[in-house]
Design a protein around this ligand. Sequence first.
Ligand SMILES: [Zn+2]
Length: 112
Amino acid sequence: MSMPTLNACTVNDLLMSCPDEQIIRLKNAWKAAAAGDWREAAGSLRNAAKEGTTNWHDQCAVLAVELDNKAAMADKEEFAGNCKRCGHQTVASKPGVVACKWGGCNGVVRAA
Ligand SMILES: [Zn+2]
C-alpha cells in the first residue's frame, strides 16, 4: 500500500532550508520521522510552523498535516510478525515493534 505524496517537500528538505532558530525542532522532527514516529515529527513541525509566516513555515504546517494522516493510516494497519522469544506468530495493530500477546510472553515482535 502506498499513499500518494501530496507535497514533494520532506522533513529532510525542510531541515536543509531551516532557519537557525528552528534547527533543534527540525532535528527532532527529522529523528522522529526517521524512527517512524509520525505524530512526534508532526508535533515538532507544527511548533516550528507557528513561529513565522514565511513559505518555509507554511511548508512545515503542510507537512505536519501529511504526517498526521500518515500516523492515522499506520494506526489502522495490521501486520503479522513472529515473536523473537516464543516464536509464535501474532497480529498487531501497529507496525514496528510490539509486545507478543501470547500468554504474557511480552517478547519483541517485528513487522515482517
Ligand atoms: Zn512471544
